[in-house]
Design a protein around this ligand. Sequence first.
Ligand code: CU
Length: 426
Amino acid sequence: MGKLGILLVIVLGAIAVAQLVRVYEHTLKLKKTSEHDINDRDNNLNAWLMLLFMFFQFGGYIYLMLAYGWTGRGPSASIEGEETDWLLNLNIIIISAVFFLTNFLLFYFSYKYVRKPGVKATFISHNNKLELIWTVIPAVVLAVIIILGLRTWNSLTSIGSDKAVVIELYAKQFDWTARYSGEDNVLGKFDYKLTTGTNELGIITTKTIEDAIVDREKKVNDINKLLSDADTVMSDSLIETKEFTLSHNERILRSLYQLKENHKVELDKQAEDDIIVKGVLVLCVDQEYEFNFRAMDVLHSAYFPHFRAQINAVPGMTTRTKFTPIMTTDEMRKIKNDPKFKYVLLCNKICGKAHYKMKMDIEVLSKAEFAAWMLAKKKETFKLKYGAAPDVKEGDMAKEGTSPSGDMPAELASGEAAPMKKEDEI
Ligand SMILES: [Cu+2]
């Protein structure tokens, strides 16, 4: 049975209902009563049904609470999450109280004040006291919820303490990339104009700027050559497109020259010790983390359900949140009695077709395990993966003690850059 069959059943069903109503109207006419005359038996039945419905929804609410363990969130895996949980619980208590009270009044009064023969209803047009009560009480309760919420929100989105480790999370359709800030705990600066296949996060170093300029100059030259080539025959619309692409590339090239002029070589160090990680975000237990978020394309929302953190990742601006994991993945597996349990970072904003699978696993390790993992990752700094600027002397940087890669093997220190992947034309 296809869609047509379903449609046919719906239409026939509607016709059947309409016919039944007509039959009912005719019976009433035969009985010489109007359909507006409702007898006491029908009224009492409806009054009892009201009461039954009230018990049904109260029972359902209590059953769900018991079946899923309060709100179904499970234990919080971060210090900050416990405060958020406290707030959520306060809200649930208030909401539940209002739910039970208002629904009780609605359904019980419908039952109690069912029409009785000979009893006339009292007509009340206005009551100032009642108006005041149902305006002031919700206003006060809402004010308390908002003030407490804002206080928590401000503390969660403020800059981390001195002990906080800074990590950047970069969102794009449809995955997350983490950038650890390295030994100096400072993230290198970035500029979208430097984004290429080998510098996905657009990190600024002397070398990435140089490479981007070379790349962009080549693009400009290629188009110029094509446009001035007398042997190439092009349609007017193609010429227009090429000229548009040319002016776009020239504009970017001009800002790249500017970027180069304003760039301070000392800043290279901030970027070069950064470590870019995909796939699994590895964290250390009892360590405060400050997460900075960026988005490449559209709005995303970083959601850490177990750590009770969520914040939007917005193109063109950096957003921030922080938390301190208090349970390793292994500890949580024991609590949940689930050996396959994994913490996750999800995207909680419908950002496109494959939004549902925009996810990054999170592994919280003990201090010793994390130190071992980090030691291995030190061999994957941005400098070692991308390459350093040819004019920066390794010895000088090591002497200053600010570069973690001062002791790197000579063959890696030579800074062989991976070839730049050609960026798509606009
Ligand atoms: Cu997304």
